[in-house]
Design a protein around this ligand. Sequence first.
Ligand SMILES: *[C@@H]1O[C@H](CO)[C@@H](O)[C@H](O)[C@H]1NC(C)=O
Ligand SMILES: *[C@@H]1O[C@H](CO)[C@@H](O)[C@H](O)[C@H]1NC(C)=O
Ligand SMILES: *[C@@H]1O[C@H](CO)[C@@H](O)[C@H](O)[C@H]1NC(C)=O
Length: 863
Amino acid sequence: MLCVAKIIKSTLLLVLLFQTISVHSWKSCHETFCGRVRRSPEGFPRYSLDLTSISESGGGIAGDLVSEDNSKVLKLEVELFTETTFLVNVVEKNAKEKRYRASEILLKQAQITSWKIENRNDESITIKNGNTSAIIFGNPFKIEFYSHGKLISILNSKNRLVYETDHQNSAIALDISFVQAQRAYGIPQHADNMALRSTIDNVDPYRLYNLDYGRYRIKSTESLYGSVPVLYGYGVKQSSGIFWQNSAQTWIDIVNGPNQVDAFFMSESGALDVTIFTGPTLAESLRQYVVLTSVAPLPQYFALGYHQSRYSYMTQHEVLDVVDQFDKNDLPMDSVWLDIDYTDNKKYFTWDPIRFPDPISMQNKLASTNRNLIAIIDPHIKVDSTYFVHNISSTNGFYVRNPDGTDYVGKCWPGDSSWLDFSNVLAAKFYASLFSLDTFKAKNVHIWNDMNEPAIFENGEYENTMSGDLLHFRNRDVKHRDVHNRYGYEQTAFTFLGLMERFGSPHKAVRPFILTRSHYAGSQLYSAIWTGDTYASWEYLQISFPMCLTEALVGISFCGADVGGFAGIPDDELYLRWYQAGAWLPFYRGHSAIDVPRREPYLYPEKMKSRIRTALNQRYAHLPVWYTQFWEHTRSGDPVIRPIIYNFPSEEDAMSIDQEVCVGDNILAAPILKPDVFAVSVYLPGGESEVWYNIDDNYKELRGTGRHILYVDLDSIPVFYRGGSIIPRKDIPRQSAAATKNDPYTLYVCLDENNEAKGTLYVDDYESFSYRLYKTYLYLGFKFSDNNFSSYKIDKNADYDGAADIGQIIILRPPKGIRRIKLTGNNKKEVSDMSLTYSADNRILIIDNLLLDLRTPFHMQLL
Ligand SMILES: *[C@@H]1O[C@H](CO)[C@@H](O)[C@H](O)[C@H]1NC(C)=O
Ligand SMILES: *[C@@H]1O[C@H](CO)[C@@H](O)[C@H](O)[C@H]1NC(C)=O
Ligand SMILES: *[C@@H]1O[C@H](CO)[C@@H](O)[C@H](O)[C@H]1NC(C)=O
């Protein structure tokens, strides 16, 4: 009955709301396996570890877990994965069928050989490597993890291990306690605060099950488009994490205690593979995770600029007109996006012959103004015998199959559709080869993978996605239920491959840009993400910050929200505030639904337009910062955007702040996320000795003493530079990111209490792989101390001769009475040509008219 009711409801809603709003009929915990498993230990046997069975195995130890009723014997393995990371794996001993393991995602194999058994007695066995150790207890079975001798986390501390092995049910579950933790962060994607709530008192557990959920509920534990099963317990004293390596439907209960966070992971099927990060800080836990699933590669420079999208730009003419209007109105932009309507009847890799008669000339015209085209490619393929992609896919068995082996057919944008099976290597390679079609291989064409949860229309009982019984092929048949959450991730992997292969060789390739809606652990390796089909309301603007900060904490920094909201019509104030706020998230795109009026910024009256222009120009001025941050992410794994607590881990008052965002270490933005605001309370961390410069208030100095009340107007939002930093900018407004290439840099030297500052800058050709292949880049450090300012190469062996000069240096809180500058080690310009100006009551010193070559280290003395 329930199902029928839901199907009727779905159909009605579809008719009523047209296609821009998806259907909400998702299951709650008790309607899935979760209802059964969540009661554990009630109804499930407890396990003890037979300590006599323990043997050394590879990177650690193995032993038998025996259920109290002796009905089940499981094999436990505990290995040291890296110096600070453990892998815990449980399998059924003598299992008839092997379970699907999602752990292939890990880049590394267990490799630590220096571990040893430190202690063994009747109750437990201790393994240790350096400062990291684990005590594994027999009865009750639990594992305590230690870092530097301190207890960090406990696996199975509540003795709730579930391992179902009967015919219908194959759920697994396990609990973990984060000792001395005060908050829980992670497990995106949810439209909730960064600090996760306790899922007690009728709150469903957080659910990870990739679903197409338009206009989703805010402050909810419901599933969204992506699933990253990584959770951190954060505390002022210590932090640690867990990666639950499972791509099946998963629910997670969280209980925030006064001095501990307890979590209970429940998955519908798949293997029990757990990675434990021993921290002992949040930043170290995150780096320990990112080492396993990879950092994001360096994006192209343009991808950090502004993107203009709509569902849909309907003709080739319209695409070029949008660019033209941006140019005429002096609004910078870097790409135009094509939603599904560019295709011939929703057949991906084709073009509508009437509306897009000559895609190549369109691409060339875009290229001539340094603009890019981002085309949507979804994973569903129209069932149509005259469509070559379908013909080849159905002939070769490239589709996801029904249990009886026939191709699965469901409804999506093209009507009857089948879904490419990216688990099948031949299918995936065929898909990748399609990007070499003439109309897709231009270097300014990039891809948007959407609807890849996968979304299926009118499939109510299955929550508008695939039934778990459908089959994928990965050397052997695998049920959809096991791989559900990684379907979209796999599509992006092969989109990436296709975008590389279209150039024949990495030497000729440009770095691919991909945006994906569905995502999983490791998605950062291939794609950016966004917060999906939002609505034009303040709540969706607000929630985009915790949503993206949470993604950044699990390795996916390249995140943003549709500026203006997707569905609905934003009023002017919301629209403007979204442009100002969105400039401080890594992915910056305006997008709107098919049934709302056009809303490109140039359509607004001059006053609005000019404020939006200011926001866009501010974004473009900071592109050198964003680019340098992405570069540094590739080296350290540190997120590009961060909550305050990441940079100031002992600042207890900041542990729930998720409406302010730090870009790297040195910039803090406090977007205005409410209407009618003339004053805001902004939290500045670091204490009395920490200086923050408000760049929207003439670089006025504030101290990091917590909350400050600031007056604001509609022209801008508060953004702060941290004292002690050097911020590289390009301040000349241009039409696109590429157009700034030869513009000189301005260095903002923000002196701290001790009149010192330092910073970094990364420069390369903006687009190719030469930086990797030939080390053609500059990675520079700058240092200001005792009135001496100098630059140096951080990577001595790297070099790049296409970098622009430094044209201007602006010193905030400068030393008084500087009359001249003595420059050595850089020969482009005579000292006397420089101009020196103090402004704003001597709080800013501008050194102008410079031409400092970045390749040659310089040394400058302020006299
Ligand atoms: C253990 O940590 C200390 C500092 O806390 C460090 O000096 C030492 O090198 C570490 N030992 C190992 C083996 O990593
Ligand atoms: C593929 O195309 C050929 C030739 O156009 C046609 O005869 C055949 O029926 C098609 N096969 C499928 C599975 O659509
Ligand atoms: C500043 O630079 C000058 C010239 O290179 C040098 O003599 C002096 O020692 C420097 N001062 C400091 C504090 O490094």
